[in-house]
Design a protein. Structure first.
Length: 218
């Protein structure tokens, strides 16, 4: 049995900072201090509609994803119905849906950050080393912007920002897909980085030492 699951909490609220990950983790740990030391915990960014003012507007479809070991479900279940204060905004968590982690041939992560590797070529080399360290053989690429350049993203944490890239990994075997979703790639997984989900869209991608406009699908 896969030892990890995902809890998907409905979110009620109006707005959040676009970079709310650090505040979200802090709010969760105030409610459940044991999350500080929970091994394997991964927290995904809450998605909403960007309003170009540094915030996102939440919708009825906004959800909060927690990926964690099966035996930690009882630890986080008291979050149901809790109001989380995230900066100057508040959200309320509903009853979660439990989802098992499924294998997908193509996975995508919005932001992967690897310390000391903020340039595309260096980043891809480091990411490949991490994949090899997990005995994963796959095709890795960085999403490109409209100009065909690798799209660099930042995540603000207090007074500094970390740099990373949106990554697509394809041609995955089933067992490697599960392994990657459990272990992630790079650092800051509690802040939503390095957490992979099924790649359901077609994107231009940057491969190896050249730019490539090949289309990837899940």
């Amino acid at each position: 049995m896969n030892p990890f699951v995902e809890l998907v909490f409905p979110v009620k609220g109006t707005r959040l900072h676009a970079d709310h990950n650090y505040r979200l983790l802090g709010s969760l740990c105030k409610k459940i201090p044991a999350l500080h030391d929970l091994k394997g915990l991964a927290i995904n960014t809450i998605f909403g509609i960007p309003n170009k003012q540094g915030t996102i507007d939440l919708t009825p479809q906004s959800q909060f994803y927690l990926r964690l070991p099966v035996d930690a479900i009882s630890l986080v279940y008291p979050l149901v119905g809790q109001v989380l204060t995230i900066g100057e905004y508040q959200i309320t968590l509903g009853s979660p849906e439990l989802q098992t982690i499924q294998a997908h041939e193509s996975l995508k992560c919005r932001l992967v950050t690897i310390k000391g590797h903020t340039e595309p070529d260096s980043f891809l080399e480091a990411a490949n080393r991490q994949l090899q360290g997990m005995d994963i053989q796959a095709n890795i690429g960085i999403l490109a912007n409209k100009q065909g350049d690798p799209k660099r993203l930042t995540l603000k944490i207090r007074s500094y920002s970390i740099v990373g890239f949106t990554v697509v990994i394809s041609d995955l075997k089933d067992e490697d897909s599960i392994k990657l979703q459990i272990n992630g790639l790079g650092g800051k997984r509690r802040l939503g980085c390095g957490v992979f989900y099924s790649n359901v869209s077609k994107q231009k991608t940057y491969y190896g030492n050249r730019y490539d406009t090949a289309q990837l699908t899940s």
